[in-house]
Ligand binder design. Structure first.
Ligand code: GDP
Ligand code: ZN
Length: 324
């Protein structure tokens, strides 16, 4: 069952079996998709989704499980607010991961450092600088969602017709920020539990809310265990500084481990590139390579299954022909 936000309110709709079976997992409607639907025939019955409009952007991750499959977390997002709390939640590594995914999606990332009120003001510049360094090309905003300080800096991203998604760990203050932007307490804050107790799973719930100014806000609390999906270009974009230096390495396929003439290692030695940033870059690249391997295995298995089906079909056909 899908819940659609239509011009005249919310509509419950189903995806007809024909559409569901034809669609690859990444083609199924996701939060943020625009669809054409046929209204319900009778009261109490659901509407039917007839068509999914082409997506402008898509934020994907690899699904959990043995077979690598693309899972679309949100579609048509213009801007993603990466919300991190300055109360110990801020983590450069996680930030770089989010940014790689976001650049890959086609959306624009904005780094939101929340809970500024909990930080000794003297320590703020260091966090801002660290975020800036980890997020070249992204706007970094420090704010206090709870009190509203600094929130106006987000206004340019919230024009009518724009779609914004929020990512970040639970407790970072996403619901508080949404409420602040909405000007009301629509989402319960601070009650997020991640337990085995199903009844307490409030985090799997996805929300799409419309702001008074006309922008759409997607809150996707499920993205914690991030797995990259095909984010090769996204990684290249978030680590543009490293890749620029890497272009000077003697060997084109330099792994920046201990090859001679490695410009990246030299930059680290000379203090031009933080070692931790290089570590994160190499770690993400390794994970990508691993994932691409899983994907190609999945593709091979699919091919094998397909040929098996064709062969048995041919056998059946021959048998029938011989019988006739
Ligand atoms: P979410 O899981 O990302 O949606 O996080 P919530 O919005 O539920 O916030 C988690 C907790 O952090 C709540 O207790 C909020 O009141 C608190 N919080 C959120 N923003 C701020 C802030 O700017 N300052 C302070 N001090 N606390 C905040
Ligand atoms: Zn190198």
């Amino acid at each position: 069952m899908y819940r659609l936000k239509a011009e005249d309110g919310e509509v419950e709709a189903v995806l007809p079996g024909s559409l569901r079976h034809e669609a690859a997992p990444d083609e199924l409607p996701a939060i943020g998709d625009w669809v054409a639907y046929r209204p319900a025939d009778a009261p109490g019955t659901p509407a039917r989704i007839e068509h999914v409009l082409p997506r402008r952007t898509k934020l994907s991750r690899a699904s959990a499980g043995r077979r690598a499959q693309e899972q679309v977390v949100a579609a048509n997002v213009d801007t993603v607010f990466v919300v991190m709390g300055l109360d110990g939640d801020f983590n450069v590594r996680r930030l770089e991961r989010f940014l790689s995914m976001i650049w890959e999606s086609g959306a624009q990332p904005v780094v939101v450092l929340n809970k500024m009120d909990l930080l000794d003001p003297g320590r703020l510049p260091r966090f801002l600088a660290e975020a800036d360094e980890a997020a070249p090309g992204a706007h970094v905003v420090g704010l206090t969602a709870k009190k509203g300080q600094g929130v106006e800096e987000l206004e340019p991203y919230l024009e009518a017709g724009k779609t914004v998604a929020l990512v970040g760990s639970s407790g970072a203050g996403k619901s508080t920020l949404i409420n602040r932007l909405l000007g009301e307490e629509r989402l319960a804050t601070g009650e997020v539990r991640e337990g085995d107790d199903r009844g307490m799973h409030t985090t799997t719930h996805r929300e799409l809310v419309r702001l008074p100014g006309g922008a759409l806000l997607i809150d996707n609390p499920g993205i914690r265990e991030l797995q990259l999906w095909n984010a090769r270009e996204g990684v290249a974009e978030s680590f543009e500084d490293v890749e620029e230096i890497a272009a000077q390495c003697r060997f084109r396929d330099c792994r920046h481990e201990n090859e001679p003439g490695c410009a990246v290692r030299r930059a680290v030695d000379e203090g031009d590139l933080p070692e931790s940033r290089l570590d994160n870059y190499l770690g993400l690249r390794k994970e990508l390579a691993h994932q691409e391997l899983r994907q190609s295995e999945t593709a091979q298995q699919t091919q094998k299954r397909k040929w098996k089906a064709i062969h048995s079909e041919m056998k059946r056909f021959k048998k029938e022909r011989d019988r006739d």
